[in-house]
Design a binder for this molecule. Sequence first.
Ligand SMILES: Cc1ncc(COP(=O)(O)O)c(C=O)c1O
Length: 364
Amino acid sequence: MAVPLFDTVSPVAPLRAELDTAIARVLDGGVYILGPEVEAFERELAAYLGVKHVVGVANGTDAITLALQALGVGPGDEVVVPAFTFYASAEAIPPTGANPVFCDVDPETMCVTAETVRAALTPRTRAVIAVDLFGNAAPIPEVVALGVPVVEDAAQAVGARLGDRMAGALGDVATFSFFPSKNLGCFGDGGAIATDDDALADAARVLRFHGSRDKVSYERIGWNSRLDELQAAILRVLLPSLDAWSEGRRTAAAHYAAAGLGELVALPVPTAGAVPAWHLFVVRHERAAELEAALADVGIGARGYYRTPLHRQPALAPWVPAGLELPVTDELARTHLAIPMNPLLDRAAADEVTAAVRTALTAS
Ligand SMILES: Cc1ncc(COP(=O)(O)O)c(C=O)c1O
């Protein structure tokens, strides 16, 4: 039985009629940019997250750039970012004029900690980007306690929780991606910024629309970065299912544990107090690359997402000081492996994947 790495079709299939209705509503209304659907989705996501403001933007990368600028980050500032994350977490910094400073992560949760961030702080640090990696929630409150503004990159973690707060409500401002394979994925590109801070939300709204409030006066150099009406209408249909999908992902994780996967590879470890949303189910093993190839041979989706960590990416070399050592990041880059995960992944699929892992690891 082939098991794909993720499944963007089956979970939304039961919602097809509602999606068709929502899309037709937008076409009938003839408003495609910044209209009632975006406004309603912003309100609905804010209520879901328990924050005051959500600002829809074009994608999760822009969301980080705009959030940083809305915080006041600019030329010459430093922004701390983990080196073990998707490239966009760091790529979003230089467009503000600020410099990325790379920090390490925890070997088990794969997220930053107060200690890994503290090691990268300097008097020029203006913000920290803490990534809720793979659907885990980073320990944001302990990073906030360092006294530097925190941008929570929750692109992979919508629906996760830490204590009684939702991921995306943990720092000064949070950013989301609605890329189709994300836990709340639209049918194109989309993103959002979430915050309790009125001034920050206002700045983000101005920045997403060319630095203007009224298309007459342009107060700053901004961006053209809007969530569009069609994607917002689609997201409004999907949002009410998010909690059930997150529960399905946690059930899938439990299937893997019950199947005995933890005896073969290291299972992902939630941050203390976190209820993860397992965007990706990322295990660790010394022979991860070999395992990746062996699973592909038998039709099981597996991928090492960040084999080359950010401090070793050519485009980011100008921001990497000579001799920078991030040992945990390097170790995880080598040993991590995402295996199939989706809200509907059942015990049979977990057994199949686990058996294939066992065969691959005992074969040689
Ligand atoms: C951790 C992280 N940050 C940022 C992004 C950027 O989001 P987008 O692809 O919507 O620009 C992604 C996803 O692609 C991501 O996984």
